[in-house]
Design a protein around this ligand. Sequence first.
Ligand SMILES: [Zn+2]
Length: 341
Amino acid sequence: MEFVKVLKTSKFLDPAQGFSATERYSEVRVDPLTGRTSRILDFPVKEVLRADVSRQVELSRGLCPFCPGVVEAVTPKFHPDLVSRERYSRGEALCVPNVFPYDENGAVCIICREHYLPLRSFTPRILEDALSCCFEYLEDVVIRQPEMVFQSVNWNYMPLAGGSIIHPHLQITASSSSTNYYAHVVPCLARYREETGRDFWADLRDEEQKNAERCISAAEGVTWLAAFAPLGVFDVMGILHEALRPGDVTGQTLRELVQGILNVLEYIDSLNMGSLNMSLYFLGGNPLFVPHIRICPRVSIPPLDTSQVNYMKMLHDESLTTLKPEDICKDLQAFWHGRGA
Ligand SMILES: [Zn+2]
């Protein structure tokens, strides 16, 4: 397995130094599975200022369809052709159809009763219940619709990350159509097996543990890495060891998964970042595809609140960041060791 970095130097005459020649550096990193590239830029890192979301939270309270007292009346119920239950619930979590679905089976899981939870206020109980509730729904979908193999649990936390409702909720998809992510990853997994006779995920875990630069934690159920070629500002990846389908994510694996997510939320909060995207991917019937999770924070760039998504991500499908995965790994290790996943 190769971790390819292409180092780039650009030269220009710098007005800040009397137009003398100066150089800037960047890296193009090639994903060891897919060959897709990400860029690490050598720009000074600007401190992110904590956004005041209190007005956003208060304004959204009166309009919220997910708050207790309203949710039962205004959210839909599942159609009996598709699944066996009208709604799924566990603890505070409630899973209902998405009224704006992206696919045949689109659901939302309202994570908790509280209208707004800051990143540090999520607890193991809340997230374990919410994920288990999603997994129960996903397992039920394939009983009547076995072709719905592309399954994922996703999170847009807060509007900057694409969340249109403040009340914490996950988005769940079970589809017969892949997204581009699966379309890139799945053939590469097959090719890796063909060329090496080996399992990509086990090799990735071994390689990253050996080189120790990006392995945040490797416990019994989940290995956590700072992705070599990140898809966002940073990209924390958790690879599940034993599970293949949503119903397998229980016990120690679920506890480690949830504790890892909480550690990343705490780290994101410590950087004054307040938004994130998360996807937990499953693929039914393909043992080469090991379930894994990716979490990327979302930021806007001061002083103009400039979007981090520019033409590179939109139209060239290329991620840019100024943060090195190896530095992120070092920082995150403290959160794992401090809390013990
Ligand atoms: Zn609410």
